[in-house]
Structure formats: C-alpha cells, structure tokens
Design a protein around this ligand. Sequence first.
Ligand SMILES: Cc1ncc(COP(=O)(O)O)c(C=O)c1O
Length: 433
Amino acid sequence: MTTTAPREQQALELDAADPLPTRRPEFCVPPFGASGTGEAAYLAGNSLGLQPAALRGRLGTELDDWARLGVEGHTEATRPWLPYHELLRGPAARLIGARPQEVVVMNSLTINLHLLMVSFYRPTPQRHAIVIEDSAFPSDSYAVRSQAAFHGFDPAEAIVRLTPRPGEAALRTADVLRYLSEEGERVALVLLGAVNYFTGELFDIDAITAAGQAAGAVVGWDLAHAAGNVPLRLHDSGADWAAWCSYKYLNSGPGSLAGAFVHERHLADRTLPKFAGWWSTDPRTRFRMGPVVTPVDTADSWQVSNPPILAMAPVLLSLEMFDQTGMPALRAKSLRLTGYLEFLLDELCATRPAEVITPRDPDRRGAQLSVRVSGRDVGPVTHRLRQEFGVYADARSPDVIRLAPAPMYNTFHDCWRAATALVAVLDTQVLDA
Ligand SMILES: Cc1ncc(COP(=O)(O)O)c(C=O)c1O
C-alpha cells in the first residue's frame, strides 16, 4: 500500500476545495507512465496549449460539410463559411476587453504584426525609433528590424531594446515610462509583449500606453502570452493596436490563427496605409468583384484573404470555452495555482542554486514562473522531467526553465508534481560547469 506524502496530500486537498472546478477532463492530456493510463503534468501551455477533446467533432463537422456540400458550404454549412469569422468576433473581443468591431481573427501573429505596422509604423527622419524589450520574442525583434529597414532606416539605430536594471531579470514598467518621458520624441512606435515570454512579467498596459502616446508615439501590444492568461481591457487602455496568437493559453492548436485589435478611433481613418485583399472590402459588395476596395469601418479592413475554416474551428471552440468560464474566474484560479507553485519553488530554491526570476508581485505576472538554474544546462533537465516524471516544462537555454500552470486544465497536483520532479532532477543532475 502506498501512502500519500503530506505535501501531495495538501495539493490534492487544494484541488478538491478549489471554487473553480478544473476543465481538465475536457482536454487531451498527454499520457504518462508505462501503462499509458497516467497523465502528464503539462505546464507548457504557454508554449502550446492542450487539445480540447471536442475539437475532433468540430473539425469533423467542417469536413463532413465540405464533403457533403462542396462549394455550397459557404452558405449552407452547419456554420456557413462565408460569415464564419463573425462567430469569433464577440468572444475574441470579450477575451481582450475590446469592442466587437475592433477585433478580427486572421493569419499568424507575426503576419498581423506586420500588417498592423504597415498602418501604424509611420516613421519620419526625426521620429523613427521602435521600442521593444531586450528580451522580446525573436520574431518580434526580426519583424520590427525588417520594418525599420523597409522604411530605409538602419535597424541597429532605429530599434531601441530596453534592458532590465543591472542584476534584475525583468524590465520594470517604471523604467519603460522613464525612457518614454526622456527619449519619447524620437519614438514612432512602442511594441511590447504585454506578458514577456521569457520572464512572464506583465507590464502595466494602461500606464505604458498613456506614456507612449503622451510622447507622441503609437503604442501596439503583442498579446501572445497575455491572451487567455490575464484579463485585458484593450479598448479602455487606449492602446492603438494589438495582436495575439491562439496556440498558447488559447489551446487552438500548433500555428493556429492569430487575432488583431485596432482601437475604435482608428477604424474610420481613411488615411492609414493598409495592405488590402478581397476580404478587406465591404462584404455587401465583395462579390460584385469591383476593382477598388469599399472600406469597412471595422478591424476587418485589415483582413486580406478569405478565412481558413479548418483553422478557425479550433479558435471558435476555444473562445467558447473561455467565454463559458470567463477570464475573471480563470485569473482568480491562476493566481491561486501560480502562488502555490511559487511557494513550492521557493522551498526548492532555498537550498539549491536556483531562483524564480518572474516578478514576485502577482499583479506583475501571469501564469508563468521562470526559474533560473545556475550551472546547469536546462535542456537535459526538462528532458528528464518529461521522461522520468511526465512533467512538461519549457527549457530556455542555457539556464531558464519556464513552468506555466494554465487554469483551464492544470491542477495544484500538477504544480506539486512539477516542483517535486524538479527537486529530484536537480539533486541528481551532474553539474555541467
Ligand atoms: C511573444 C511572441 N511573439 C511572436 C511569436 C511568433 O508567433 P507566430 O509564429 O505565430 O508568428 C511568438 C511565438 O511563440 C511569441 O511568443
């Protein structure tokens, strides 16, 4: 007979007592264990969220409709394809705190960043800098550098990478504000990850937006790690634009579609340059096949191509699930889960060469905790976590492990498993240095 360790017992009791029941049974959790009947402790949802079990049926419906109806599915499918993207508008807007006309689901994230920078990066010789975090996700860095170069500027000069204070891992909102007040007159665009992918830091969106705009810059947000992770109020924040992907906390599948937000005050601005296609035009006149776009005063005017329905079906299902549970309840649970994981990691770090580099203040972070492990190559560490303990974590070489308890499907027990496995691996891992 096996007995349950007190800490594990505590985690199980926290799960049983939590006011928000987990939706874990509605997800395909990777199997773990010799018999394959156990489940992984999947703390990599900030990288790729889990598959909702209902998705197979949803995709089956679209495949059946296509098989049954061919082209007539555009109007006769269970969810007709022509207006399909309209189904996503309301829940996507609720997710990020926007008005429905301000959002559209389309393309991939970096593509949306580019399409929005076509409109919102309007550099001049005096004002052409783009401000990003030094630890911005590389794709954002490449995107802004290529935008600067496209406009004839030297990326090395035009891109301002804000760094944390010496000895700190996370960039402070206060330091972003200070930069904008001191150097803002040369800044054309501020583009930050609302939640930084590396440290898990949540920036103060309202304050940075206000400071950037006060300095005369346009302010855009990469919400890749924020959408479905923290409650957002994009419209009220006054942000000019934003984009996000839906394969992380939004569980919509590898490489799945992205979202775009354009603040209402820009929607009827006919002076903004845009790259157009037949889905940029007014749907009421689209099939007259005229040579010139008929503008629409919604975020749809940033659309280019007709939407990929098989890719939209997972996003729709996911947005429905977020709508059902609601971000306030998810955030409340996220705070409980992440706080518990932090408590366990603090115990671990107290006697090992490891530290949590994510801000300690729960208001300054989302679901992710990043742990820096000195003197170890974290690649083999996360490999062992998964192979030996069924714990999925993300290695950011050389020395950071990211753990993200996603409140849709993670449990206190998952947090306990992750911390316990990390202790076991660190205590038996050969030092690299
Ligand atoms: C913050 C951030 N921005 C951009 C990207 C790139 O996204 P995509 O490949 O969908 O363009 C990612 C991917 O993980 C990301 O985390």
